[in-house]
Design a protein around this ligand. Structure first.
Ligand code: ACO
Length: 323
């Protein structure tokens, strides 16, 4: 008999501190009008004292509590992040240690804003090949990687985490279709965390910014051209039968344009970037959890939902889920 993965719980955690566009206008040459009209973002959460593993551990604890699962039952923990506490240990290992998931293997996955979509795809294969239970979490503290002098990027990002608990108890395939992709030739349009050679043997050290850099226009065009085309190719005629689209929350204008290109009503594209900004790998699982909390989405309902991530790498990916 086939084994199918099932999402049995979702959870999210946002730091308490709310920073509005007007707050940012106090420290940067920007305005609420510019940020709202160009991006749809009104406020974001900024961590004052919690790192990425703290946010992800809160999500992990909530997932266990909601599903009545013991940490010792977990086989794996995957964390999608581009803002880990350390390069090593992985954020997923810090979470594993904190919650006491002694039987779980744990690793981070680095695919920027596509990270959660990539990770959920990998986790579904783990379940289909023998793992019984695991956590997939997207978590970011982007406030520690952005350049706070650069108004063109600092206003866009926020901190947060979200995730799902997967089991092998599904009665039908969780992922009906998927497409994951990357184009490393265009990686320079979004960079973060550059480390230069610094050993005594290094011949030359090329200096580059280590804080986040982004060519916003280039990414905007990439999403509207390449990402939308790949989504159209994956869905074909089926697009109209999708109940909801949970796209990476980078910019409200992008979502409006994608909906128009797919000839679908805006209401099917869930949005929360007004309140949280772009939390990279965390946007999709936070949106999924919010949809479930509000009752728009329901686990076990067999609603058809598209999860779609796109961003640094460049990377992009779409999953057609049957909830
Ligand atoms: N406040 C006021 N003015 C600003 C600000 C700001 N915060 N930021 C930039 N400006 C100015 C610029 O200096 C420029 O001024 P100029 O014309 O005098 O030179 C003007 O506004 C226009 O700037 P653009 O960058 O051309 O603005 P644009 O309309 O392209 O919007 C934005 C920028 C919002 C970043 C948009 O390009 C975008 O959303 N791109 C996509 C980003 C995205 O999808 N990222 C996803 C991946 S993220 C990840 O993977 C981590």
């Amino acid at each position: 008999m086939e084994t199918y993965a099932k999402i049995v719980a979702t959870a999210s955690y946002l730091p308490e501190k709310i920073v509005t566009n007007d707050d940012l206008a106090q420290i940067l040459d920007t305005s609420d009008e510019w940020i709202t009209s160009r991006t749809g973002i009104r406020e974001r959460r900024i961590s004052e004292n919690e790192n990425t593993s703290d946010l992800c551990s809160k999500v992990a604890e909530e997932l266990l509590a909601k599903s009545g699962t013991k940490a010792t039952e977990l086989d794996f923990i995957l964390v999608a992040t581009m803002s880990p506490d350390y390069q090593t240990p992985a954020t997923a290992c810090l979470v594993q240690g904190k919650i006491g998931a002694v039987h779980a293997f744990a690793f981070d996955l680095s695919a920027a804003c596509s990270g959660f979509v990539y990770a959920l795809s990998m986790a579904e294969k783990l379940i289909r090949t023998g793992s019984k239970k695991g956590l997939v979490i997207g978590g970011e503290v982007l406030s520690k990687v952005v350049d706070w002098q650069d108004r063109s990027t600092a206003v866009l990002f926020g901190d947060g985490a979200g995730g799902v608990l997967l089991t092998n108890e599904g009665d039908y395939p969780l992922i009906e279709k998927e497409h994951l992709a990357a184009d490393g030739t265009r990686g320079s349009s979004l960079t973060s965390g550059y480390r230069m050679l610094q050993s005594p043997y290094a011949l030359e050290s090329i200096e580059q910014k280590s804080t986040l850099t982004m060519d916003g226009r280039e990414i905007f065009d990439f999403v509207l051209r390449d990402v939308t085309k790949s989504l159209q190719a994956l869905l074909g005629e089926e697009a109209s039968s999708i109940d909801y689209f949970l796209l990476h929350q980078a910019n409200a204008r992008i979502l409006e344009k994608v909906a128009r290109k797919l000839k679908l009503p805006q209401e099917r594209f869930l949005q929360n970037m007004a309140r949280y900004g772009n939390t990279s790998g965390a946007t999709v699982p936070i949106l999924l959890d919010e949809g479930i909390q509000k009752g728009t989405l329901s686990l076990g309902s067999q609603q058809k939902v598209v999860l779609s991530g796109f961003g640094g790498g460049l990377t992009w990916g779409h999953l057609v889920l049957c909830l």
